[in-house]
Design a protein around this ligand. Structure first.
Ligand SMILES: CC(C)(COP(=O)(O)OP(=O)(O)OC[C@H]1O[C@@H](n2cnc3c(N)ncnc32)[C@H](O)[C@@H]1OP(=O)(O)O)[C@@H](O)C(=O)NCCC(=O)NCCS
Length: 310
């Protein structure tokens, strides 16, 4: 390792500098474009909710790399690396290795027995390492991480009026109205009912993603209800404006068209905000998204883990 490289904790007033570094270091344009938002979600915003490790790598006093990590809310034995980036002109000098080694130490101090290079919902920018970040894939295996899962996103094309992702929801909504189902934009007052619905129907805690989606300018959420009872919801933008999810429809309402309507309402909002495509993150039901929005599998991620024991 280059002896001039040192690693230390990042002070929170460095968030803009870290965002600039990530904009230059994230080689995929769609990630570089959202670097500032990603850093804000994974660091100051996430830190209000969960323990966060924020590290900088310095060379001759210059910030050349950054790492953001966190402890899992679901499992106190798991630590996560949420982002690691080294400026292109400072790579292959050991900054990445030094950042990951220090992160492992700090996560272990907080109780982690294993570290995952994988998204830690509700604040995550990627499910794992995009396979096109080849240096990161090489670094992960060089540093003792084992790939244990694969995840993928689907891309919905919002670039032209006739896209299947932008198909009208009017007829389907009229049909649903005939069955007493109302579809509308969610308001902050809906969050407790939506979170309770998500918990009781799917067993997942989506409270934070719902809170972060409802009523924030780059995000949104739509819901379906009958007689005041939630039947489904779809949200977007909780960590990244271009990302869609989570969504869920009550099993009893499956097949009624509610899911497709909720999905396309969100995609319509994202297009109105100026996006030409949306990422349906960490997918699940490929045929549903393909059928309802013409979405295609595009981004693929490797998820890694490393035991810190022995
Ligand atoms: C991944 C990344 C952080 C690595 O940073 P780095 O400072 O260059 O990493 P290091 O110099 O510590 O490399 C550690 C080891 O990883 C492996 N490695 C790193 N880059 C590699 C490459 N391009 N090809 C092959 N192996 C590589 C090597 O084994 C290396 O050890 P060595 O140089 O002694 O052979 C950097 O490439 C980066 O910022 N990439 C873009 C952002 C990114 O992909 N982040 C992950 C997604 S969040």
């Amino acid at each position: 390792m280059d002896p001039e490289i040192t690693v230390g904790e990042l002070a929170s007033d460095l968030a803009p500098a870290v965002a600039r570094l990530c904009a230059a270091a994230l080689d995929l344009p769609e990630d570089a474009a959202e670097a500032g938002i990603i850093v804000a979600a994974l660091w100051p915003r996430a830190a209000a909710d969960r323990p966060v490790v924020a590290l900088g790598a310095y060379r001759a006093g210059e910030l050349v790399g950054a790492l953001l990590g966190s402890m899992s809310a679901a499992d106190p034995r798991l630590g996560h690396v949420d982002l690691v980036a080294v400026a292109p002109e400072h790579r292959r000098r050991g900054a990445g290795r030094a950042l990951l080694t220090e992160a492992e130490r700090r996560l272990a101090d907080r109780g982690a027995a294993e570290v995952l290079l994988a998204g830690n919902p509700p604040y995550y920018a990627w499910p794992g390492i995009d396979v096109r970040y080849t240096p990161a894939v090489c670094a992960a295996s060089a540093l003792g991480y084992r790939q244990d899962r694969t995840a993928w996103n689907m891309t919905a094309d919002l670039s032209y009026d006739g896209s299947p992702a932008l198909r009208s929801t009017e007829a389907a909504e009229a049909r649903l109205a005939g069955q007493g189902v109302t579809v509308r934009r969610a308001e902050p007052a809906d969050v407790p009912a939506l979170a309770a619905f998500a918990r009781s129907t799917f067993g997942g805690a989506w409270d934070a993603e719902l809170t972060e989606s409802v009523g924030r300018p780059e995000a949104g959420c739509h819901l379906a209800e009958r007689g005041g009872a939630v039947l489904g919801f779809a949200a977007y933008g909780s960590s990244r404006p271009s990302w869609f999810g989570p969504m869920g429809t009550a099993p009893a309402a499956e097949g009624s068209g509610i899911g497709g309507v909720l999905l396309r309402r969100c995609l319509r909002d994202q297009r109105a905000a100026g996006l030409t495509s949306a990422q349906i993150g960490w997918v699940g039901p490929v045929p549903f998204y393909s059928g309802s929005a013409g979405a295609r599998i595009e981004r693929v991620f490797f998820l890694y883990r490393k035991s810190l024991e022995n």
